[in-house]
Design a protein around this ligand. Structure first.
Ligand SMILES: NC(=O)c1ccc[n+]([C@@H]2O[C@H](COP(=O)([O-])OP(=O)(O)OC[C@H]3O[C@@H](n4cnc5c(N)ncnc54)[C@H](O)[C@@H]3O)[C@@H](O)[C@H]2O)c1
Length: 443
């Protein structure tokens, strides 16, 4: 109690004036403190406003241009490169006309590189786009890009699902044609990474067709379907009139879907469309995931190779088609593609819709392929023959190419023997394997 009274006493004023002075002093101190903290707050607020303004202005700058930085595209210099690469360089008055201006998707890929080079060599303008994904060694794709750059072909690093990038490309260049080769390829990988097939072969295709349909003028589209659409079809040789509604893999299903999707864009928007069903393409600068390529690597490294065999011990056979023959088929398709009829997304009339097989019409069994490689490499393969697992492969392919012969003048000229010789020569020069040097000298 006593303590309490003393405390209460301390709290009571001894004289009224004193209390006023003391209270005034306390208030001044409080005001001072308050004023001081308001000042600090004011300064902080000013600082924050300045920071926000700086951030916002930087953010808006980044927003409009971040895609250029992130996706390494955009800017005046970039646009100049695109225009230069897209410009045809045929001599004035040339018999072949003014030249095409072609956007090649998947340009750093196997077929894309060869087609881009061939177009460039005959004087057409080419701009490539490729996302350099890691499905197989991206350093091979970069080496192909360097090869293209040395011939004046510029490849944009970007994804075909990036609609803004595609729109920008069509803003910069009125492409006459699109050669669409970008895709997630490979039959067996579809069981490992199905989403990548939906991303590139479905979403990517639609994104590209949207850009094409909006473009003014609309380009003619030539694109890579696949022999895999024949799926479980066993009528040989495979003709465009045969059934393609029984795919054996997700890859095949996405290619078949692509044929339906391109038909829709042809029907609604007047896009000129040519779909090419390639049959097992091989050759220099090829794809490391394909059997002829991985067999070569393993044989040279003394590693075993897995050779699949079909039911009842029947050897698998493929209609192996050499890259130069495929390139000629692609260029003939571009040259004969009729015009798209739409503008700004509106159809003005019917446009051509075509589908062609591009094969070699001479199927060869896989064991024969291995024997040819053994001969060129001068090394015996360690064969591990196993029954073909049910992972999407089909037992054989064989193309009927009458339609392409008739309408494109397509005529494959390279036998598997000759084509593999060229491939092995390239492989040994590119990878420079010591074990292969002797074989290389004997080719
Ligand atoms: N090589 C064959 O035997 C064969 C057979 C039938 C069909 N095809 C088809 O031919 C085309 C070319 O095949 P390839 O053998 O040159 O294959 P590839 O893998 O060497 O080339 C495809 C290129 O497309 C790029 N790409 C993939 N998805 C992309 C995306 N979303 N955006 C941008 N780039 C992307 C890849 O990085 C690659 O460089 C593909 O459409 C393929 O399905 C090939």
């Amino acid at each position: 109690m006593r303590v309490l009274a003393e405390e209460e006493e301390d709290m009571l004023p001894s004289t009224p004036g004193k209390v006023k002075i003391e209270r005034a002093g306390a208030m001044t101190r409080q005001l001072h403190r308050c004023f001081a903290s308001t000042g600090t707050m004011f300064l902080w607020a000013l600082f924050l406003v300045a920071m926000t303004a700086t951030y916002l202005s930087f953010h808006s700058f980044v927003d409009t241009s971040s895609r250029y930085f992130a996706a390494s595209w955009g800017g005046l210099h970039w646009e100049r490169q695109i225009r230069a690469s897209a410009s045809p360089r045929r001599p004035p008055g040339s018999a072949e006309g003014a030249g095409l201006s072609v956007l090649v998707t998947g340009a750093a890929g196997f077929v894309g590189t060869h087609c881009s080079l061939a177009l460039r060599k005959r004087g057409d303008g080419v701009v490539g786009i490729d996302n350099f994904n890691k499905y197989y060694d991206p350093s091979l794709k970069k080496a192909r890009r360097a090869l293209l750059a040395s011939h004046g072909v510029f490849v944009v690093e970007g994804d075909i699902t990036d609609g803004r990038l595609l729109t920008k490309l069509f803003d910069v260049v009125p492409f006459t044609h699109v050669l669409h080769l970008a895709a997630q390829a490979g039959v067996r990988y579809a069981m490992e990474n199905p989403a990548s097939y939906v991303h590139s072969n479905i979403a990517g295709l639609v994104s590209l067709l949207e850009a094409c349909k909006e473009a003014d003028p609309q380009p003619a589209v030539v694109w890579a379907s696949s022999s895999s659409v024949y799926g479980l079809n066993d009528a040989v040789p495979f003709s465009e009139a045969h059934r393609t509604d029984r795919p054996a893999s997700l890859y095949a299903a996405t290619k078949k879907a692509g044929e339906e999707i391109t038909h829709t864009y042809n029907h609604i928007y007047g896009l000129s469309v040519t779909g090419l069903r390639f049959f097992t393409v091989y050759g220099p600068w090829g794809r490391p995931d394909m059997a002829y390529f991985s067999f070569t690597r393993n044989i040279l490294q003394g590693k075993p190779i897995t050779v699949y065999r079909g039911r009842d011990h029947v050897d698998l056979a493929r209609d192996f088609t050499y890259i130069d023959d495929i390139v000629r088929g692609c260029l003939a398709s571009l040259d004969t593609a009729g015009r798209s009829t739409g503008t700004g997304g509106r159809k003005r009339g019917p446009a051509p819709y075509r589908i062609f097989n591009l094969g070699n019409t001479a199927p060869v069994t896989v064991p024969t392929l291995v024997s040819i490689l053994e001969r060129y490499l001068r090394v015996n393969a360690k064969r591990n023959v196993v029954e073909m697992p049910g992972n999407g492969d089909v037992p054989f392919t064989h193309a009927n190419i009458s339609l392409a012969r008739e309408q494109l003048g397509y005529k494959p000229t390279t036998s598997l023997e000759m084509g593999l010789k060229k491939f092995v020569r390239w492989y040994l020069s590119y990878y420079g394997y010591n074990r292969g040097t002797q074989a290389f000298n004997n080719l």
